[in-house]
Design a protein around this ligand. Structure first.
Ligand code: SF4
Length: 365
C-alpha cells in the first residue's frame, strides 16, 4: 500500500493548528507532533495531507474478538458479559515492553484487514450478543474520530463502550473521547517520570491528569492496570507511592489490577514477573487503603476475587475469567452486610465465561 496515498485519503480531523513557521501541530496528545506536508506523526496513523491533519485508519480494523469483559481487565463493569474487542494500528507511546507491538507499531498496511463502518461494528456487537464494545489492542486516542463514531453507533443500539488506554491525551480531545465512553481501563505504567521518559518515550504527569479528570469530572467507570516488570517498576517504594497517590487523589474505590510481564518487543532481557510480585503489589495496595486490588495474567483465585471491603465476605469469585460464587444483591450490595459495591452491575452476572472468539466482521453481518 502506498502510504502517502493512505494519508491523502485520510479522514479529516480538527485537533490541530498551524504554526508560524508553516508547519501544523497535532494537538491530540502531549507529543504535539509538528508536521510538514506529507509527514506522519509519532503514532504513524495521523499525518499532514493537503495542509491539514488526517487520520489514516478511520473505518479499518486490525481484527475483532469477543472476549470476557474481565480480560480488559474490568472486574466491576457488567461482570460475566462479553465484549466485542477491536483496534486499529499505531500508538502514541513507545513502550519497549509492548505486548501488542504487532498492532501498535505496525505500519498498518499489513494489519488493517477488516473494513468496518461504525454502524457495522455496532451491528456486529448486537448480533453477537455483546453488551459492550472495547477500543483496545492499540490506544483509541490515536483513532479518536473513529472511536467516537463507533461509540455513537453503539449507544444508538444500547451497547456500552469501553476505552483501554494509556490516558496520554490532551484536554480537548480527552473531553471528546470520554464523553462517549461508559468505562475505561487506564494503564498506569509506573509511578516515575523516569520510567515514562526512558521506557515509554512519554510522561507521567499527563496520565495522572487524565485519571483525576476521569474520576472527578466524568461518569466513566474507571479501573487501573499496572504491568509489573521485574526491577523496573515493582519496588515497594514505587508501589507504595503509586497506591498512596491513587487513594489520595482518586479515592479508595478505583480498582487496581497488577498484571504479569512476559518478555516481548524490545524488552527480552527481563524475566517474566513472578506471581509473588503480583501478590506483594496487591498487599501494598490493600494496606494503603485501595479497597479492590487484583492480580492478573496468572491463576490466583484469592487475588482475583472481589471481597467486601466492610465485612470481608466473598462477593464475586473469579478463577481466571470464569465467575464462581456471586454474593451481591440485585442492587449490587454485599449480601452479608449490605455495603454497596462500586461499579456498574446488573441484577445477575453474565454467563459468557472465559471463551475468546475471534470473528471476521463479514461473518457477523
Ligand atoms: S496523536 Fe499522533 S500525531 Fe498527534 S501528537 Fe500524538 S503522536 Fe503526534
Amino acid at each position: 500500500m502506498n502510504l502517502d496515498a493512505t494519508l491523502g485519503t485520510g479522514y479529516p480531523t480538527v485537533n490541530w493548528h498551524t504554526l508560524p513557521d508553516g508547519r501544523v501541530q497535532c494537538d491530540v496528545c502531549p507529543r504535539e507532533c509538528r508536521l510538514h506536508e506529507g509527514q506522519r506523526g509519532f503514532c504513524f496513523v495521523r499525518g499532514r495531507s493537503g495542509g491539514r491533519v488526517v487520520l489514516a485508519t478511520y473505518g479499518r480494523s486490525s481484527g475483532f474478538c469477543v472476549d470476557p469483559i474481565e480480560k480488559k481487565p474490568l472486574n466491576h463493569f457488567l461482570p460475566g458479559t462479553s465484549v466485542l474487542s477491536f483496534g486499529t494500528a499505531g500508538c502514541n507511546l513507545g513502550c519497549r515492553f509492548c505486548q501488542n507491538w504487532d498492532i501498535s507499531k505496525s505500519r498498518e498496511a499489513d494489519t488493517l484487514a477488516d473494513a468496518a463502518s461504525p454502524d457495522e461494528v455496532a451491528g456486529a456487537a448486537e448480533r453477537l450478543g455483546c453488551r459492550s464494545v472495547a477500543f483496545t489492542y492499540n490506544d483509541p486516542v490515536v483513532f479518536l474520530e473513529y472511536a467516537v463514531d463507533v461509540a455513537i453507533a453503539c449507544h444508538r443500539r444500547g451497547i456500552r463502550t469501553v476505552a483501554v488506554t494509556a490516558g496520554y491525551v490532551n484536554p480537548d480531545p480527552r473531553d471528546e473521547l470520554f464523553a462517549h465512553m461508559d468505562a475505561a481501563n487506564v494503564d498506569l505504567k509506573a509511578f516515575t517520570e523516569g520510567f515514562y521518559r526512558d521506557v515509554c518515550l512519554g510522561a507521567l504527569a499527563p496520565v495522572l491528569g487524565t485519571l483525576e479528570y476521569l474520576v472527578h469530572e466524568t461518569d466513566v467507570w474507571v479501573e487501573l492496570t499496572t504491568l509489573l516488570i521485574p526491577g523496573l517498576n515493582d519496588s515497594d517504594d514505587e508501589l507504595g507511592a503509586m497506591t498512596g497517590w491513587v487513594v489520595e487523589h482518586l479515592g479508595p474505590d478505583v480498582p487496581m489490577h497488577f498484571t504479569a510481564f512476559h518478555p516481548d518487543w524490545k524488552m527480552i532481557d527481563r524475566p517474566p514477573t513472578p506471581p509473588s510480585t503480583l501478590t506483594r503489589a496487591r498487599a501494598i495496595a490493600l494496606g494503603n487503603g485501595v479497597r479492590f486490588a487484583y492480580t492478573g495474567n496468572v491463576r490466583d483465585v484469592a487475588g482475583q476475587s472481589t471481597r467486601c471491603h466492610a465485612c470481608g465476605a466473598l462477593l464475586i469469585e473469579r478463577d481466571g475469567y470464569e465467575l464462581g460464587a456471586w454474593n451481591l444483591t440485585p442492587e449490587a450490595r454485599c449480601i452479608g452486610c449490605g455495603e454497596p459495591v462500586p461499579g456498574v452491575f446488573e441484577a445477575a452476572p453474565g454467563t459468557w465465561g472465559s471463551r475468546r472468539l475471534p470473528v471476521r466482521l463479514g461473518d457477523a453481518r
